[in-house]
Design a protein around this ligand. Structure first.
Ligand SMILES: O=C[C@H](O)COP(=O)(O)O
Length: 266
């Protein structure tokens, strides 16, 4: 059950997607904080990724109650400012105290046509503003069934991080999310997750160097819950989880965070 991946502290990131208004966000953060005792934060980093409109409220509750959990954004603009209607700058997110920005989630890649080049630009924007990008990669079912998933994910990582130096890559989190496992209840097996996360780390070593790759956290995402997180995060190259549906339930999210820290809540 315990996650012990050397120097890499596990990260559990709850991606709320387009769910919960700012009042509901406050309630959920309070419930998670109540359910997850502070001692667990020594062994796991826990973050919530609410909609943009919730972030100011989440900041207020996290700062006001001195909570140990952090928060981030689901996307970030590649632009700092200007005539880009609807875009949210990394500068704004940094000012709101965000720690993370998810970039290249498969829902953005698919529904908003984001290319690897766009993901790279957003990754650079996040880094520029001191945000930790959680760079998502993952294959569709067709690629998996063709047996090309390892090569596909390696190519996506290399293209999404192309040109970054080792110091920049060291600041990145990568999330492997097979598209066929997102919101479907069809979780990848722990060995499936390990296989691709290890390959992702290999790609990071090629882009930078082995020491850098060994320090980067590689997450798995796709139907993670309190029942399966222990086995998944127990894999050598899986350093946490990007959690969708289960992150909207305070008790389940607290429980899976505790399991990632090494032991369930009693
Ligand atoms: O960002 C989170 C992932 O898309 C996973 O979502 P899920 O846990 O609902 O499958």
């Amino acid at each position: 059950m315990a996650a012990s991946n050397g120097p890499r502290k596990p990260l559990i990131a709850g991606n709320w997607k387009c769910n919960l208004n700012h009042l509901e966000a406050i309630a959920l953060v309070q419930k998670i904080a109540f359910a997850l005792p502070e001692k667990y934060f020594e062994k796991v980093d826990v973050t919530v990724i609410p909609p943009f409109t919730d972030i100011r409220s989440v900041q207020t509750i996290v700062d006001g109650d001195k909570l140990l959990l952090t928060y981030g954004a689901q996307d970030v603009s590649e632009h700092d400012s200007g005539a880009y209607t609807g875009e949210i700058s990394g500068a704004f997110l940094a000012k709101l105290g965000c720690t993370y920005a998810v970039v290249g989630h498969s829902e953005r890649r698919t529904l908003h046509g984001e290319s690897n080049e766009t993901v790279l630009a957003k990754t650079k924007a996040a880094l520029k503003h001191g945000l930790t990008p959680i760079v998502c990669v993952g294959e569709g079912l067709d690629v998996r069934e063709a047996g090309e998933h390892v090569a596909y994910n390696i190519a996506q990582v290399k293209a999404s991080l192309a040109g970054l130096n080792a110091a920049e890559i060291a600041k990145v989190v990568v999330a492997y999310e097979p598209v066929w496992a997102i919101g479907t209840g069809r979780v990848a097996s722990a060995s499936d997750a390990q296989q691709v996360c290890a390959a992702v780390r290999g790609a990071l070593a090629e882009l930078a160097d082995q020491a850098t790759a060994d320090a980067v956290r590689v997450l798995y995402g796709g139907s993670v819950n309190a029942k399966n997180v222990g086995e998944i995060v127990g894999q050598t190259d899986v350093d946490g989880a990007l959690v969708g549906g289960a992150s909207l339930k305070s008790d389940e999210f607290a429980q899976l965070s505790a399991i990632a820290a090494g032991g369930p809540l009693l």
